[in-house]
Design a protein around this ligand. Structure first.
Ligand SMILES: NC(=O)c1ccc[n+]([C@@H]2O[C@H](COP(=O)([O-])OP(=O)(O)OC[C@H]3O[C@@H](n4cnc5c(N)ncnc54)[C@H](O)[C@@H]3O)[C@@H](O)[C@H]2O)c1
Length: 452
């Protein structure tokens, strides 16, 4: 099939590269000229395992192209995906500017029937707006071209995006037209050998499914974070509780990990947008407010614990930070817990030595330049360089190289052997036996220590 994907960010690029890998002819369109020029040379704007190889091979096979405008696509695509950003607006609602601009571009360009697919996460009713805009643009040109608008929200996880796309748990497709249904079924056929993996529903149902899925996942995290706070006060180890409840098949073990808060480009903005949708309909979303509030508090956990131990004034103190990205296997730092931690530590006068396996270039791009020029923040080239004479280590992101560190090397490098484990990666007993002072989340550690 001929496909166009509007927006060559995380989702657009993965969508385009994967459909090209499946033999389709794909053009990814982005208004960011620099991004497009780099992509044409196989240089990716994001880090995602496996993506670069996929992009390069499909470029070489002449199946994947990049352009800055639909006008550059000579063969009319049968399917046009909209995969542009939908960031949170000031009032928490999802900003639809980019989606509606993309719709306008499609209406100006379309010459033949095509299926327009909303892959961006959009509030209920946006597909109708997209349809209205395309229709208005066509009318302006006196064109009567037929088309369908379909909702096909994306559920990929950054860091595992290719696998999630190629082996999805499910594909949600909202539509009404039979013609569009046949095209979507054909498009996804290679990755949905089991037909029950595609769920057809109305467009509005599909739009809502995406928000409810993300809100549910965020709720599980905030719930466990709240339980961790309670466990910590009661000399209970949340990790044992997690295993205990996760073995209940009604609950399940995934997405039950307490930590120093969720981040990324999706959960925070999607919870906000759902709150906004609820309020617009006169519903007070009590649970969603609590999920968001707990997450804000949770991101304070690391700085608060560090200051409770080392003092409010951290002048002269050096703190090592492992992990800057919002989760492992990505360089995405949007809404990352590390941002809150760095800001608090630097404001308190500390010198921060931070290391991340892939997010250092991203950190240089998005963090205040004055932190680096003043020496308040040092971006280390190696994980152990971030421990030089530090008074404590804060683990923020559970990258694999941090799982089994050389405890002896850490001891000899650190000025004070104190570990604040924001992801409960370490065995408290093992660390204590190795001479570390250890703080995990919800591990009842302070109370437990009193009794040893
Ligand atoms: N990142 C994820 O893990 C993820 C997962 C599932 C769903 N989503 C959703 O997918 C959508 C895209 O997210 P993302 O993370 O890929 O965003 P992104 O910010 O990485 O990429 C968006 C891209 O769209 C481009 N763009 C904006 N307006 C355009 C236009 N009119 N024409 C062409 N290009 C345009 C931007 O330049 C940018 O490159 C969002 O709605 C998001 O909520 C994201």
């Amino acid at each position: 099939m001929n496909i166009a994907v509007i927006g060559a960010g995380y989702v657009g690029l993965v969508t385009g590269a994967c459909f090209a890998e499946l033999g389709n002819h794909v053009t990814c369109i982005d208004i960011d000229v620099k991004k497009v020029t780099a992509l044409q040379q196989g240089i990716l704007p994001v880090y995602e395992p496996g993506l670069e190889a996929l992009v390069k091979s499909s470029i070489a096979e002449n199946r994947l192209h990049f352009a800055t405008s639909l006008a550059d696509v000579s063969v009319m695509p049968q399917v046009i995906f909209i995969a542009v950003g939908t960031p949170a607006d000031e009032d928490g609602s999802a900003d639809m500017r980019y989606v509606l601009d993309a719709a306008k571009g499609i209406g100006d360009y379309m010459t033949d029937y095509c299926v327009i697919v909303d892959k961006s996460t959009v509030p209920v009713g946006v597909a109708d707006q997209v349809e209205g805009i395309v229709r208005a643009q066509l009318a302006q040109r006196g064109a009567t071209t037929n088309f369908d608008v379909v909702s096909n929200p994306e559920f990929l996880r950054e860091g595992a995006a290719i696998d999630d796309f190629m082996r999805p748990d499910r594909i949600i497709i909202g539509l009404t037209s039979k013609r569009a249904r046949n095209i979507m079924q054909e498009l996804y056929q290679p990755i949905t050998r089991h037909p029950e993996k595609i769920y057809f529903m109305t467009v509005r149902d599909a739009e809502m499914t995406k928000y409810v899925a993300n809100a549910m996942l965020a709720t599980r995290i905030s719930f466990m974070n709240e339980m961790a706070v309670l466990c910590e006060k009661m000399a209970v180890d949340i990790e044992n509780v997690r295993i205990g409840i996760g073995s209940d098949t009604r609950i399940g073990a995934r997405f039950l990990y307490p930590g120093c808060g969720y981040g990324g480009s999706c959960f925070p903005k999607d919870v906000k947008a759902l709150i906004h949708m609820a309020e617009q309909h006169g519903i007070d979303p009590l649970i969603l407010h609590a999920v968001e509030h707990r997450n804000v508090l949770q991101k304070q956990w690391l700085p608060q614990k560090i200051m409770a131990r080392l003092g409010e004034n951290l002048t002269g103190m050096r703190i090592g930070v492992w992990g800057l990205s919002f989760k492992p296997e990505t360089d995405d730092m949007r809404e990352a817990s590390s941002l809150v931690l760095l800001e608090k530590l630097i404001a308190a006068g500390a010198t921060v030595l931070a290391y991340d396996p892939v997010a250092i270039p991203m950190a240089k791009k998005i963090l205040p330049a004055r932190w680096l020029t003043s020496g308040q923040l040092v971006l280390a080239a190696h994980q152990y360089d971030a421990l030089a004479q530090v008074d404590a280590l804060a683990l923020v992101t559970e990258w694999k190289p941090f799982c089994y560190p050389d405890l002896g090397a850490m001891q000899s490098l650190m000025r004070q052997a104190i570990v604040f484990d924001g992801r409960n990666q370490y065995n408290p007993t093992q660390l204590r036996d190795a001479g570390f002072e250890y703080y995990g989340i919800g591990r009842g550690i302070e109370k437990a220590l009193e009794t040893v």
